[in-house]
Ligand binder design. Sequence first.
Ligand SMILES: CC(C)(COP(=O)(O)OP(=O)(O)OC[C@H]1O[C@@H](n2cnc3c(N)ncnc32)[C@H](O)[C@@H]1OP(=O)(O)O)[C@@H](O)C(=O)NCCC(=O)NCCS
Length: 190
Amino acid sequence: MLPFTMLETNRLRLRHFRDDDCAPFMAYRNDPEVARYQSWEGITESEARALIQDVKEIQPWAPGEWLQIAIELKETGLLVGDCAVKIEEDDERQAEIGYTLSRVYQGRGIASEAVSCVLEHLFASLGLHRVIAITDCENAPSVALLERLGLRREGHFHQNVWFKGKWGDEYLYAMLQEEWQNMHSTNNPL
Ligand SMILES: CC(C)(COP(=O)(O)OP(=O)(O)OC[C@H]1O[C@@H](n2cnc3c(N)ncnc32)[C@H](O)[C@@H]1OP(=O)(O)O)[C@@H](O)C(=O)NCCC(=O)NCCS
C-alpha cells in the first residue's frame, strides 16, 4: 500500500501527529461532550504523550491497527481533531473509520471535509473495496455526518454494547468503492 504522508483539502491538512499536538489533543479528549459516545473518558498528559508516540511509530495502514490521522486547520496550524482508520486484519480491501473533532470546531463542516478526504484516499488511491463506520444510535451529529457523506445504514444492533453504565444500540454504516465513484463522477458532482 502507498505510504501515508499528508492529505490536503481547502481548509485542512491531514497529517501525522506531532509532539506539539499534545495540548490541543488533551483539551478535546478531556471534554466530556466529545467523549460522550467514545470508548474513552479522558486522558492524562503522560497517556497523551504515549499515545502520540505510539501513533508516530505505527506502520501506516498496517492491517488490524488503528491509524490516527491529525486534522490541522491550515489557517492556524492547530490540531482540531482526528480521523482514525483501521484496515481489516483479515481483508486489506476493507476498512473501518472513526472521527473526533474539538467542540469549538464542530458545526463548520470540518469533519465532513476531513472524512470525505480520507474516504477519497481510501477508495481512489488505496483502491479499497468497502469502508464501514459504527456509531452509537444516539450520536446524532455522527449519524448526520455519515448520511451527509452518503454512507448507507446497513445494520442496527440492539443493546449490543455495555457502554458507560447501560446497554447501547449501534448503527453500522458502509460504503462501497463503486458507490463512492458514482457519487463523485463528473456526471454527478457534489
Ligand atoms: C461527529 C462529529 C465529528 C461531527 O462533527 P460536525 O462538526 O457536526 O460535522 P460536520 O463537519 O459534518 O459539520 C456539520 C455541521 O456544520 C454545518 N456547516 C457549516 N459549514 C459547513 C460546510 N462548509 N460544509 C458542511 N457543513 C457545514 C452544517 O450545517 C452542520 O451543522 P448542524 O450540525 O447544525 O446541522 C462531532 O460531533 C464529534 O467530534 N463528536 C464527538 C466525537 C464522536 O462522537 N465521534 C464519533 C464516534 S463514532
